[in-house]
Design a protein. Structure first.
Length: 95
């Protein structure tokens, strides 16, 4: 599997995990074609913290990244594909 295909699979997996952790009954395949999907679904700051812990470890393992690289990639993932916050008043609790 080439690198680009590997990245696509990782992104698809993490989007699915994000939906699962947020309690949404939708998958990556269900959002294809919907350009505003990331604003249609939300997750709490607590759920975001749990997702970030999982995604950090997953990216580190699958992409063979060191700590700094994994943190940087996770930040980019959350910026590009992260769900909207259901409780923005608790945004300070995100780790």
């Amino acid at each position: 599997m080439n690198y680009d295909k590997k990245i696509e699979k990782i992104i698809e997996h993490l989007i699915n995990v994000q939906f699962e952790m947020a309690g949404h009954q939708v998958t990556f395949d269900g959002i294809l074609g919907n350009e505003t999907w990331y604003t249609d679904y939300t997750m709490t700051c607590e759920q975001t913290n749990e997702f970030r812990k999982y995604a950090y470890k997953y990216m580190k393992k699958k992409l063979y990244l060191n700590k700094l690289q994994a943190e940087r990639e996770l930040s980019w993932f959350c910026l590009q594909y992260g769900l909207k916050f259901a409780d923005p008043e608790n945004i300070g609790l995100i780790k």
